[in-house]
Design a protein around this ligand. Structure first.
Ligand SMILES: Cc1cc2nc3c(=O)[nH]c(=O)nc-3n(C[C@H](O)[C@H](O)[C@H](O)COP(=O)(O)OP(=O)(O)OC[C@H]3O[C@@H](n4cnc5c(N)ncnc54)[C@H](O)[C@@H]3O)c2cc1C
Length: 430
């Protein structure tokens, strides 16, 4: 049988048109042809753009009623994000072990807060794409990390080899020492590509330094990488250039600084993350930079997408002064549901959710937020969710790792009092 994929524009049109009487049937058929027997959640639209059907989310329970898993596991599995939520899905992944790789693709993740960010995971997805492209002669993804040996989910993120570089020189802000270490790694393992996140968390700076040291011209702001046999290494990349005003295409170079969403994160396979070591210890370095430690920043000024601890307000918050005071005392960045924003209590850039910001906080406290699907989508990559709500049956409580049932104003006031008391006790003891 011919392997040419034949498209049926009429069926595709019906699949897009929720009001068409045959919409459900056609969606189910498309799902079956995709091999999972469920309605398709994604398909290609007439202009080649992938379309998503949010109504096809969920599954039919034993009593014939449609169920939607709001725990975040489904979404996290589908998106390949969310270390804790995705752990069940991770168990069902195919184990891949690459014994003798033909080449290495090195990735230097940012690991903000000591865990893989979604940007890191996208980059690892891109590395897998490059490593797996030639099925018969597979490459391996080598992650080079600075002192973060025990991060959860390295294997699930697509890492075959793990090189942990440790030392007093390398801790904190130490670009010279890190550069020297990466140069040593390049000398010993000679990876085909170096991928770093083009982020202000460190990858952008380190990647440019590395490229200069290796004498390579890096590709920066890369958001797409495609096969192209006419290019030197068989790949072409597209990156933002001219201060983000235009796209620049070129052959994929050795050093690549990629943006978030440059590729899909790994979601179907689990890799070995085998430890590697340098054959020689790193040479001592007379650094010219002294790291004087981190400076406390105002959490209110932190962008939601980068915040590690978010206190988010919904329609259940009535005492707004109390909410702002709680955020200040706890040192949390403020977020909000769309209702709180629409009602004018919070600025638009603080909205969390499908049409706001997708957050990746380590702890997300949802105060008086019911847990509408659009809001839950935005917090699917958060590690721990705490819900404060009057309604024990609401979807946010189902999603939460810890739930507090009660009035938001009094719970926040009690929390503030407790924290202040503990701080005073600590101060007295010191
Ligand atoms: C196209 C589209 C896009 C959308 N995008 C987003 C989005 O990006 N982000 C988003 O958030 N929403 C979005 N929405 C809106 C979303 O559907 C919900 O309407 C919204 O999230 C509800 O906000 P809420 O939970 O704050 O309010 P409500 O649904 O009104 O919930 C309030 C909650 O507070 C609790 N509560 C009430 N009083 C108290 C109290 N005293 N103490 C404690 N708890 C209390 C209630 O039990 C309830 O659970 C979108 C909707 C559409 C149609």
């Amino acid at each position: 049988m011919s392997e040419i994929v034949r498209r049926d524009p009429r069926r595709e049109w019906i699949a897009r048109n929720r009001l068409h009487p045959e919409h459900e049937r056609v969606l189910a058929e498309l799902g079956q042809s995709a091999g999972h027997g469920m309605a398709a959640t994604e398909w290609m639209g007439p202009n080649g753009v992938i379309r998503k059907n949010p109504h096809a989310v969920g599954f039919i329970g034993p009593n014939g009623i449609k169920r939607i898993d709001r725990s975040g596991v489904q979404q996290a599995a589908a998106a390949g994000r969310g270390a804790s939520a995705g752990s069940k899905a991770a168990d069902e992944r195919r184990q891949v072990i690459i014994e003798a790789p033909d080449f290495l693709v090195a990735v230097v993740p940012d690991l903000p807060g000591g865990r893989l960010s979604s940007h890191d995971r996208d980059l690892l997805g891109l590395a897998r794409q490059l490593a797996d492209a030639d099925g018969e002669r597979p490459g391996a993804v080598l992650a080079v990390v600075f002192g973060q040996a025990d991060v959860e989910g390295y294997g699930e993120a697509g890492i075959d080899r793990l090189l942990v570089l440790e030392g007093d020189d390398i801790d904190g802000y130490a670009p010279e020492a890190r550069l020297a270490a990466l140069t040593a790694v390049d000398g010993e393992f000679a990876p085909r590509h170096w991928l770093l996140p083009d982020s202000k968390l460190g990858g952008a700076d380190l990647g440019r330094r590395l490229a200069a040291r290796l004498g390579e011209r890096p590709a920066a702001g890369v958001w797409q990488v495609e096969r192209d046999a006419t290019c030197a290494l068989g790949w072409r990349c597209t990156g933002r250039g001219a201060a983000g005003t235009s796209d620049i295409q070129r052959a994929l170079p050795r050093v690549v600084l990629a943006l978030a969403e440059c590729a899909e994160p790994v979601s179907e396979t689990r890799h070995a993350a085998r430890p590697l070591a340098l054959s020689q210890p790193l040479p001592p370095l007379l650094g010219r930079i002294e790291d004087l430690g981190q400076v406390a920043v105002d959490p209110a000024g932190v962008a939601l997408s980068e915040a590690e601890f978010i206190l988010s307000a919904g329609n259940g918050v009535k005492d707004w002064d109390g909410f702002h005071q709680a955020a200040e005392v706890l040192g949390a960045t403020e977020g909000a549901s769309r209702v709180a924003v629409d009602d004018g209590f919070m600025p638009r850039h603080r909205q969390v959710g499908a049409t706001g910001t997708w957050v990746t906080a380590r702890v997300y406290v949802a105060v008086g937020i019911s847990g509408a699907i659009q809001h839950l989508q935005g917090i699917q990559s958060c590690d721990k969710v705490v819900a404060i709500n009057l309604d024990p049956g609401c979807d946010m409580i189902k999603r939460a790792d810890l739930a507090v049932i009660g009035d938001s104003a009094s719970i926040l006031a009690a929390l503030v009092e407790m924290v202040q008391r503990q701080r005073e006790e600590k101060r007295d003891a010191a």
